[in-house]
Design a binder for this molecule. Structure first.
Ligand SMILES: [Zn+2]
Length: 193
């Protein structure tokens, strides 16, 4: 199984991070429908039994890739220029409508959980799962802590769940240390000047 970068602190940020440009060149995690199924298993959005029942489908694959691009571009514009998420919301609502998603209250370990259940006979289950997670994110308190990595060359997103909401980097290993090193070099240069 492929390895995936899970630094997003949310299904949606991890989902859009499956294509990223850490240092200029594009890294693509989703080269096939199977890769996407592997990702669902890895993050725990669907179990193996359920995933085994989902057949490879070129159209569904394309829909997932297109939706991933839409979510990432919408987040990018939203963070940078406060551009509304209207297009993303419209597309997401259409996905939910097509899959006939309806809310249900479920008793889970003695607490009541609001769940969303698709009901159409033919629909893109993986896409619908992602759309459901997206509405949960938009509807959550955490959404205001959506951030892009401070390295302008890096395209990774995350929900800043740190206590002071002061997280700046996708990860120390990928961008944090680089920044530290370049600041150190810059400071040294400034001193020499
Ligand atoms: Zn980064």
């Amino acid at each position: 199984m492929k390895s995936f970068l899970l630094i997003g602190e949310h299904y949606i940020t991890d989902f859009i991070n499956t294509q990223f440009t850490p240092h200029g060149e594009i890294v693509e995690n989703f080269e096939s429908f199977c890769d996407i199924k592997d990702w669902f298993l890895k993050v725990g959005l669907l179990d193996e039994k359920r995933l085994n029942n989902i057949k490879e489908n070129e159209l569904y694959f394309k829909e997932l890739i297109d939706y991933r691009t839409l979510v990432r571009n919408s987040f990018k514009d939203y963070i940078k220029e406060q551009i509304s998420l209207d297009k993303l919301i419209k597309t997401t609502n259409n996905i939910l409508l097509k899959a006939k998603v309806h809310p249900q209250i479920i008793n889970e370990n003695d607490s009541f959980v609001l769940e969303y259940i698709p009901n159409a006979s033919k629909y893109n289950e993986l896409l619908t799962k992602i759309a459901i997670e997206l509405i949960k994110l938009l509807n959550s308190k955490e959404f205001k802590y959506l951030k892009k990595c401070d390295n302008h060359k890096c395209s990774l997103y995350f929900i800043d769940t740190s206590r002071n909401h002061s997280r700046r980097w996708c990860s120390m290993e990928i961008c944090g240390n680089r920044s530290k090193v370049s600041n150190f070099v810059k400071r040294k240069k400034d001193l020499i000047k």
